[in-house]
Design a protein around this ligand. Structure first.
Ligand SMILES: [Zn+2]
Length: 268
């Protein structure tokens, strides 16, 4: 963990410091070695929810550090139990960064607990994930809605052929980061974007398509920190409207998009 309580204040580790874990209230010790990033670790191994933070890597920490300190490692009480979220924005959105494998049970548990959340997944963990995406995305998707020049929504047909299967049935948006620890200046055309895989919005049970939002990396923080909630609600309602019209062979509805207070007409 990055923060522990020292004299009741959230503190980062300093050499030889002792603190209290904000989740289980047990003693934690500052680990300020040369090899690993400085962190706090439980003095005696605990079965504590805060434990998974002790193993987080550079990718995870880099992402977390893009948010203000007061938004990181936020304790969220759910049914009287303390949960710890990687980030919770001041608007209440929880962001969980996931590099390592997560069991489906744990994945669902966190989605059910937080509800208003997004996953950000390291798309470079497994060797094949990024090449598979580059190879299959074009044949498996069509442009559905152009929100503005660089922000586009695609309809993806066979999602499991494009993304790791364990992330294709989430109930919250999953953001894929295919850049990993690479330098942003070396990013190729695919890596310049973050890809938001949206939860399935089925008008009919037989619908197999899923929606994927392309967002330039530089737009991620401004969007998440400002009007994510209204943007997301509007996005989902536009998808449903357009899908319904298609189903019923009705004229395509005109969808207006308020993004950064500018109205954008859809491609329809
Ligand atoms: Zn603890």
């Amino acid at each position: 963990m990055k923060f522990a309580l020292v004299n009741n204040e959230r503190c980062e580790p300093t050499p030889k410091a002792k603190g209290i874990c904000p989740v289980c209230n047990e003693v934690v010790i500052a680990k300020c070695g040369k090899l690993k990033a400085h962190h706090w670790a439980h003095k005696i191994k605990q079965n504590c929810r805060n434990d998974r933070w002790e193993t987080e890597g550079e990718w995870h920490r880099n992402w977390k550090n893009r948010f203000p300190i007061e938004c990181q490692e936020k304790i969220i009480l759910i049914n009287g139990e303390k949960n710890i979220a990687d980030v919770q924005t001041d608007k209440g959105l929880v962001i969980e960064f996931q590099h390592s494998h997560l069991t489906p049970e744990e994945q669902k548990a966190r989605e059910n607990a937080y509800k208003d959340m997004i996953w950000v997944v390291d798309g470079t963990r497994l060797t094949y994930d990024f090449p598979r995406f580059q190879k299959n995305i074009k044949h498996n998707s069509v442009l559905f809605l152009k929100i503005r020049k660089n922000i586009k929504l695609f309809c993806v047909y066979f999602c499991d052929e494009v993304f790791p299967k364990n992330w294709t049935n989430c109930t919250v948006p999953v953001v894929f980061d295919f850049l990993g620890l690479e330098d942003e200046e070396k990013a190729n055309v695919f890596q310049r974007y973050l890809y938001f895989l949206l939860p399935r919005t089925k008008v009919k049970e037989s619908d197999t398509s899923t929606f994927l939002l392309y967002l330039p990396r530089k737009d991620f923080l401004p969007l998440i920190n400002s009007d994510w909630e209204s943007f997301y609600t509007e996005l989902i309602s536009s998808i449903i409207k357009i899908q319904k019209a298609k189903r019923e062979n009705a004229p395509q509805p005109v969808v207006y998009y308020g993004y950064r207070r500018r109205l954008r007409r859809s491609i329809f």
